[in-house]
Design a protein around this ligand. Structure first.
Ligand code: HEC
Ligand code: CU
Length: 353
């Protein structure tokens, strides 16, 4: 008779735990569940118990109660503390998930009706498949080509909306080799349910073998090609300022805008500068010079271009109008840095770190 319920054992009520974050998030989840269970039991026991205790009895006149301060304070303060614990714990995990470590391996994911396109710094690309090493922090930078999607890998407790128009990022540290589901968890059109794939969590040696299979150049080299093909190189000369800012050494540096604001040239800024150049104008340069590349370049192309700009080693002494001096002198000190700056004068991306 029980045999007919065996299928219940095959339903994955609890997702596998394949990342450091998964274990942390599960602990909070168990805590929330335990609190809910205890509260449910206490409240229902009270309702039933008191209904019985204070039921109408023949010949007994009810005595009105006019409150109890001790009771009111107790049932206000204890839940307040429990909820503060929930808040701090949840906020702590949330901020950890939103702030990738600096040394995280960066992988790019573009959602598109109805597939996930994945790009690696070494130039590898895949569709509906992701390969990650165990033990290393991996940051996913995600963009959407069309509508809102949501990238979800339950075993890694990774889920994040992917909203068109900007980058979303999330990170994790995989701990258990294996093959786990990728889902889209935001209804995105009639083939939404087919927007699925697999993530392979591999140990270091296996990952090394897999990753060495790149062809067609690194992401930065692909970006360099686009940079020439789209005519960026006609305006943005790599060593001379001309009418356009030098892009060398721009990445993650402060940029002074013509409205007085200063912004950091991160991925989001570079993406906007390419797709909507007039959104922010670099101080000392004119609007309406750079063509609008919105609709000309896919999100994947933009990721390649940004990888190229990132790979450009810092500029030689800054005559650049917009660029602000950053930590340390712009003219590199002798030694290692010097050689990097000399190398950068050639039209080649700096080696990937
Ligand atoms: C017709 C000349 C021209 C072309 C072609 C051009 N740009 Fe620009 N670009 C400019 C000018 C002028 C600015 C500065 C004004 C501004 O902020 O829009 C600029 C600004 C930028 C910035 C911001 C730079 C900074 O210092 O903050 C980036 C990034 C950029 N361009 C990338 C590109 C890429 C990538 C391409 C090719 C897809 C491209 N540009 C094509 C003229 C051009
Ligand atoms: Cu989707």
């Amino acid at each position: 008779m029980w045999a007919s319920y065996r299928f219940l054992a095959d339903i994955p009520f609890v997702a596998p735990v394949a990342s450091k974050e998964a274990a942390d998030i599960d602990l909070l989840w168990w805590f929330l569940s335990a609190v809910s269970l205890v509260m449910t039991v206490v409240i229902f026991a009270g309702v039933i118990g008191f209904a019985f205790k204070y039921r109408q009895k023949p010949g007994v006149d009810p005595v009105p109660l006019h409150g109890s301060n001790a009771l009111e304070i107790t049932w206000s303060v204890i839940p307040f503390i429990v909820m503060l614990v929930m808040f701090w714990w949840g906020a702590d995990l949330f901020f950890a998930a939103e702030n990738p470590p600096k040394d995280a391996e960066e992988i790019f994911v573009v959602g598109k009706q109805w597939m996930w396109k994945v790009q690696y710094p070494d130039g590898n690309r895949e569709i509906n498949a992701l390969h990650v090493p165990i033990g290393r922090a991996v940051k996913l930078t995600m963009a959407s080509e069309d509508v809102i999607h949501s990238f979800s890998m339950p075993a890694l407790r990774v889920r994040h909306d992917v909203v068109p128009g900007h980058y979303d990022a999330i990170w994790f540290r995989a701990t258990t080799p294996g093959r786990y589901h990728i889902f889209c968890t935001e209804y995105c059109g009639d083939r939404h349910s087919q927007m699925i794939g697999w993530v392979d969590v591999m140990d270091e040696t296996e990952y090394g073998k897999w990753a060495s299979g790149g062809s067609g150049g690194t992401l930065a080299e692909q970006g360099q090609q686009l940079f020439t093909q789209n005519g960026c190189s006609n305006c943005h000369l790599l060593n001379e300022q001309g009418r356009c800012p030098i892009l060398k050494g721009l990445y993650n540096k402060p940029v002074q805008l013509n409205d007085g604001r200063t912004v950091i040239a991160d991925d989001a800024y570079l993406r906007e500068s390419i797709l909507e150049p007039n959104a922010k104008i670099v101080n000392g340069f004119d609007a309406d010079v750079m063509p609008n590349f919105k609709g000309q370049l896919s999100e994947e192309n933009v990721i390649q271009l940004i990888a190229f700009i990132k790979s450009l080693a810092p500029a030689a002494p800054a005559s650049q109008v917009g660029a602000l001096p950053t930590n340390g002198p712009q003219v590199p000190a002798p030694g290692k840095k010097q050689s990097a700056a000399t190398k950068a004068t050639a039209l080649t991306p700096a080696p990937q770190q």
